[in-house]
Ligand binder design. Structure first.
Ligand code: F6R
Length: 357
């Protein structure tokens, strides 16, 4: 099924532009506009607060989803890790809607929260890649990711699909609430699909970066500010999972409050620069680590790039940058794992779906 590909992970990363295009098609109404099921839209509009519950990569997608619902639709959102939420529930708002994000739809940590929330009688929505999965069957509503089966243990195309579907749901909700959004999400997602393709077509650059920065590294840092911070968390998780390099995702400005002590001569620091509003700040943070000997790799978006940036990624709408900026991080992890002779599709100690609590 992986055809001529050496690994499922590579195949699944390559599929990402197609996944975005499939999502656009799947959520296109008769009038050509993006739409979601009327009952789900009602549930989203009725909520005074959204509680996103997820684990691992899916929780990282949730952090981006929070930005979308808050910035586009003006609905407050909390993001919680399933394994914590189940045993340490925060105070809830009056009309919460619970959104479970789960590629597999089978994650036990997330399911146990769903069971408790149903007992409390609150409405639930599952965003999943697997129709008929446990969390899809047990929630009131389901939004599908349309990413196709994800086989590699490290989640790639499902993460991108989760972010796209969250953007879409937030956009449709915002429009239904009469918010004046000054962009056409359908068009912007099409631009994203092309942007991802451009990165995929220049894989050799990412292979070089992996060799250059990570072939013998003991640890690595991923930094960003604003939405780039959340993508940094995902970049670090990917690297840990498949290359076994200790990695941390960090908010650029927070490093100096302790973690900068770990920077040594040659420590790789991957910095994302996609948000114009904080570009100068994150570049300042890169200078701080470089002054302490770090080996910085700046990944900047076209338009706010500067001389000396290691990689320039195509320009997309500022809210949608995670869909594009995560792709080089996925590819860098993949090639780092290959350079270090790790089993990319089946990393040690991990299973594709974690069905125990
Ligand atoms: C990371 C990864 C895991 C999953 C997590 C949740 O690459 O695959 O962190 O994201 O176990 O799984 P789902 O989304 O199936 O609930």
């Amino acid at each position: 099924e992986k055809g001529t590909y050496p690994h499922y992970m590579l195949k699944e990363m390559d599929e990402q532009p197609t996944v975005i295009r499939k999502i656009i098609q799947a959520y296109e109404g008769d009038n050509g506009e993006l739409t979601i099921d009327a009952e789900i839209l009602e549930a989203l509009r009725a909520a005074d607060r959204l509680y996103i519950i997820a684990a691992g990569t899916s929780s990282h997608a949730g952090l981006i989803g929070k930005q979308y619902f808050e910035k586009m639709a003006g609905i407050p959102v909390e993001v919680h890790i399933s394994s914590e939420f189940g045993y340490n529930m925060p105070l809830l708002s009056e009309k919460p809607l619970f959104i479970f994000i789960t590629q597999s739809g089978e994650t036990a940590d997330s399911r146990q929260v769903l069971v408790k929330i149903k007992e409390l009688g609150y409405p639930t929505l599952t965003i999943t890649n697997v129709p008929g999965s446990t969390l899809s069957r047990e929630a009131d509503h389901t939004l599908l990711l349309h990413a196709g089966p994800e086989i590699a243990v490290a989640s790639t195309k499902a993460y991108v699909a989760q972010i796209a579907v969250l953007a879409l749901a937030a956009y449709v909700t915002a429009r239904a609430n009469g918010k004046d959004l000054e962009f056409d999400l359908k068009q912007e997602l099409a631009i994203v699909a092309n942007g991802i393709q451009t990165i995929i077509d220049s894989k050799d650059v990412l292979e070089d970066i992996a060799e250059d920065y990570l072939k013998i590294a003991r640890n690595a840092f991923f930094i960003g500010r604003n939405i780039d911070f959340y993508v940094s968390l995902e970049g670090a998780l990917k690297l840990k999972e498949i290359s076994y390099i200790q990695a941390e995702g960090f908010a650029g400005g927070e490093l100096k409050h302790g973690t900068i002590a770990l920077i040594e001569e040659g420590t790789p620091v991957f910095a994302l620069v996609t948000q114009a509003s904080v570009a100068l700040n994150i570049r300042g943070n890169v200078k701080e680590v470089a002054a302490r000997g770090a080996h910085p790799c700046i990944i900047a978006m076209a338009g706010i790039d500067e001389d000396g940036d290691r990689l320039v990624i195509p320009h997309v709408h500022e809210l949608l940058t995670p869909l594009v900026s995560v792709v080089p991080l996925q590819l860098i992890s993949y090639y780092a794992a290959l350079h270090r002779r790790c089993d990319v599709d089946k990393p040690r100690n991990l299973a594709k779906s974690v069905t125990v609590e």
